[in-house]
Design a protein around this ligand. Sequence first.
Ligand SMILES: [Mg+2]
Length: 228
Amino acid sequence: MIVLLDYDGTLVPIVEDPRKAFISPQKKEFLKELSRKHTVAIVTGRDMRSFSEVFGDIPESLYVITSHGAKLYKGSELIKTFFPYKVPNLKPLREKVKTLPGVVLEEKEGCFALHFRNFDGNEETVRKVFEDFIKKHPPVKVIEGKKVLEGVYGEFDKGKGIEEFLKFLGWDKKQRVVYIGDDTTDLDAMREVKALGGETVFVGKNKPPEADKALGSVEEVYEFLSRL
Ligand SMILES: [Mg+2]
C-alpha cells in the first residue's frame, strides 16, 4: 500500500515556531518501520533543508516530497525534480520582516512563507507586507494556511506532486493509496488522491468534503497508521 503523509499538524503537532516542530525518536522509528512494510512518502510544504532540520536523518526507505510537490527525495537523496521554479530576491521582504517581531520569514525552494503565529500585532499588518511584496513579484499562486501566507513560484501543488510520484512508482491503480493531512494545502492532495480512487483522512475538526474521514489528533494518526 502507498501511504502519503503531510508533516506539520499530521505527524507532529503544530508548534509556535515551525523551526521547532521536531519529531520524537520513537515516532521516527515507527515511520521507518512503516516505510519498510509500505511505500511511505511524507508530502510537505517544507523544502529539504527545513524538513531535515526538524526531522533529522531520513531513513533510506522513506520518500519525501518537498516544497508542496516540487521535488522527490528518497532518504536525503534527490531523486527527481517534478516541477522547476524561480524565486525572486527576498531581501526587501527579509528587511521588512525584521521590523515585525514574532513574524518568521521561511525561505524555501520554490516559495517563501510568512508565519505570524507569534505576532502580537494586527494580522492585517503582515498581510499588507505580503501583498506589497507579491504585487512587485507576483507568484504563480498564493497559499493561505494556519497563520501562514505563502507565495509559490512554480506550477506545482501537493496534488500534482502526488500524481508525479505515483507515475514514478509505476502505480498500477490496484494498490491502496491513503493520504493524511490537516491543512488547506492538503486539499489539492486529497482531491487528487480521491480522483484516483484512494482514501483521504483529515486531521482536526471540521472535516472538509475532500476527506473521507477525520482523526482528532496527531496521536490518532499514529494509531491509524499502526493498524495498516
Ligand atoms: Mg500540515
